[in-house]
Ligand binder design. Structure first.
Ligand code: C2O
Ligand code: CU
Length: 458
């Protein structure tokens, strides 16, 4: 049957009236329940919540400057969203329920369509009931490739997590309101995984050069990563290249939400195993293994060079920029005496009854007014003053910032900074992305129990 011109016009006009969620198809990203082998092989699989049925979800890989286009389809029993962690994104796509949009109800969809301006290692995760949804597997890698990527034999994403499984049933424990976790170091798991599997094995040859993109997707665990049979450099942090690659000369920390890009050579002999280990005070655990085969033809290689830099703002004279204090209080051993929720001041006891144990500048939940309300393009310093007895991984949405070293020199670019207990850390921020942006602890139990704030860039 041939369409008449009139029919065609009617159809296109009708399509224009449809809400975007039912217009033409973007590639789908489906949030749903699934079964996955989290515990070692000879145990039962675990019911999880995953994107496209897996944790991590599918690796989304695009070229720098290209668009990420995905239709979230929510087939979970509760509302959800996708947040694109570390992308200097258009505010409308940042997906924070209650701040930039509503969560997507079960059975419905949302179209994400945005440009990724920076090359590097990023990730995506749920930002609704974040602690429980991420703990159940709603996360995945987002890789933005450089125009001229470094010369390596393998480019491998390694997403670290720790799951808390009931030892009897191997189900994810549902104790998300556990006040002890919330008021201490957060929800720590008992099964460590890489790419959703326990101690996975990869193949490599001696002298192979690997780019390893480590992403910490855990709720609260600070991994201390050691290398065995692998030697090389850290080349990027939180997606942003270091000006100079930094030789790895011992275990290094990676806090929740942080990324570390490594370029390493396989130094283990053929027939041996190289590994990535989690170094703990009293020993350690294997995270992932490389079974090493016959040497590659190329033989050992020379030093690696820095990755191409991203189009980040210039920062000069950060020392002259206005300094804003973000005081972090509360938690076990330094219990809150009082803090505000909205306009109401509550006592520590009243807050604890509401499951609130932490405060940022005196607020135990996202305050009604932004912590900072600043002009687009202006330069600021933020001092994170950690008066608690625990470390916190402080994350800003929509921006990267530079660490300021104790001597006042500018350090690397990051989107999440680990602030140790009792420590004060300064950052320099060019507020160049307009919108309302969250600022919170990425230990997700801490965020849920008070460590949540926001800033506005006009
Ligand atoms: Cu990974 Cu609010 O962020
Ligand atoms: Cu915290």
């Amino acid at each position: 049957m041939a369409f008449t011109r009139r029919q065609v016009l009617v159809t296109t006009a009708a399509a224009a009236l449809l809400p975007t969620s039912v217009r033409a198809a973007l590639p789908r990203l489906e949030a749903r329940e699934a079964l996955q082998q989290i515990a070692p092989e000879n145990y039962d699989p675990t019911p999880i919540w995953g994107y496209d049925g897996g944790a991590p979800g599918p690796e989304i890989r695009i070229a720098q400057g290209a668009r990420v286009q995905r239709r979230l389809v929510n087939n979970l029993p509760e509302p959800t969203t996708v947040h694109w962690h570390g992308i200097r994104i258009d505010n409308a796509m940042d997906d924070v329920p209650g701040l930039t949009q509503d969560a997507v109800p079960p059975g419905q969809g949302f179209d994400y369509d945005f440009v990724a301006p920076d090359a590097g290692t990023f990730w995506y995760h749920s930002h609704n009931r974040t602690m429980r949804q991420v703990a159940q597997g709603l996360y995945g890698p987002l890789i933005v490739e450089e125009a001229a990527p470094p010369d390596v034999d393998h480019d491998l994403v390694l997403m670290l997590d720790d799951w808390r499984l009931d030892p009897e049933t191997l189900r994810i424990t549902q104790d998300f309101d556990n006040n002890h976790d919330l008021s201490h170091a957060g929800r720590l798991g008992n099964v460590l995984t890489v790419n959703g599997r326990f101690d996975p094995a990869y193949q490599a040859r001696r002298h192979d050069r690997l780019r390893l993109r480590l992403i910490n997707a855990a709720n609260a665990r600070i991994f201390n990563v050691g290398l065995e049979g692998l030697a090389g450099w850290i080349v990027a942090l939180d997606g942003m290249p270091l000006a100079q690659p930094m030789a790895v000369d011992g275990p290094f920390p990676i806090a929740p939400a942080q990324r570390v890009d490594l370029i390493v050579d396989v130094t283990a002999e053929a027939g041996q195993t190289a590994s990535l280990v989690s170094v703990e005070r009293d020993g350690g655990w294997g995270l992932a293994r490389f079974e090493v085969g016959e040497p590659s033809a190329s033989g050992p290689r020379g030093a690696t060079s820095a990755l191409l830099s991203n189009p980040l703002p210039q920062i000069e004279n950060a020392g002259d920029a206005p300094l804003h204090r973000m005081v972090m209080q509360g938690g076990a051993m330094r219990w809150l005496e009082k803090a505000r929720i909205g306009d109401t001041e509550l006592t520590g006891r009243e807050l604890a009854e509401l499951g609130r144990f932490w405060a940022l500048n005196g607020y135990a939940e996202r305050p009604p007014e932004p912590f900072l309300d600043v002009q687009r393009g202006s330069l600021h310093r933020i001092a994170f003053v950690n008066e608690t007895a625990f470390p916190h991984a402080m994350h800003l949405h929509g921006h990267h910032f530079r660490l300021i070293r104790p001597d006042g020199q500018l350090g690397p670019w990051r989107d999440t900074v680990l602030v140790e207990r009792g420590e004060t850390r300064q950052i320099a921020l060019v507020a160049d992305n307009p919108g309302d942006w969250l600022l919170h602890c990425h230990m997700l139990g801490h965020a849920a129990s008070g460590m949540m704030s926001w800033f506005r860039v006009a």
